[in-house]
Design a protein around this ligand. Structure first.
Ligand code: PRP
Ligand code: MN
Ligand code: MG
Length: 181
């Protein structure tokens, strides 16, 4: 039913699962013995978070944070509001942030600074998607599953007006869907 709103499938579930397994192997090596705190950024990161942690074969802890960008395009430093903070003290911890997409970079730039300010031992990023053309703030993920072009992508956690997060693939939304609103 949702498929009628999708112009093109960019990344299938099979491709995402295969890439998650590959990244998971690398993360297992990189975080062995470190008991990392894996932080999913609500809500977009939820499906990818579930995939990636199941591919990491070492002790780890999970936590979640919800932030919202003020959406002020003139603020390039990443002005972000905390809607739900962590339950965990990050001081001295090795942090792995899990995101669905890096676009402008504002969300992650803010979070990396915040966790460093809170004296995390290390802060790294794993993201399902990277949209380099959207970047306003300079930031790079340490682990990227896929690059996407500068188009309106939804699915696998990514929403348009809160819909489409449950699509089991990443696709491009038909322009008429967002133009009719
Ligand atoms: C989206 C996405 C990333 C962020 C990326 O989240 O899930 O977290 O925006 O954009 P940026 O690089 O320009 O900051 P959003 O704030 O829409 O919340 P959501 O995850 O609940 O959809
Ligand atoms: Mn998000
Ligand atoms: Mg969103």
């Amino acid at each position: 039913m949702l498929e009628k709103d999708i112009q093109e499938v960019l990344i299938t579930k099979e491709e995402i699962l295969a890439k998650s397994a590959e990244l998971g192997k690398q993360l297992t090596e990189d975080y062995a013995g470190k008991n990392p705190l894996v932080i999913g950024i609500l809500k977009g990161a939820v499906p990818f978070m579930a995939d990636i942690v199941r591919e990491i074969d070492t002790y780890l802890e999970m936590d979640f944070m919800d932030v919202s960008s003020y959406g002020n395009a003139t603020i390039s430093s990443g002005e972000v509001k905390i809607l739900k903070d962590l339950d965990t003290n990050v001081k001295g911890r090795d942090i792995l942030i899990v995101e669905d997409i890096i676009d402008s970079g504002r969300t992650l730039s803010y979070l990396v600074d915040l966790f460093k300010y809170r004296q995390a031992n290390s802060v790294k990023i794993v993201t399902l998607l990277d949209k380099p053309e959207g970047r306003v703030v300079e930031i790079e993920a340490d682990y990227v599953a896929f690059n996407v072009p500068n188009e309106f992508v939804v699915g696998y956690g990514l929403d348009y007006a809160e819909a489409y997060r449950n699509l089991p693939y990443v696709g491009v939304l038909k322009p008429e869907v967002y133009q009719s609103n």
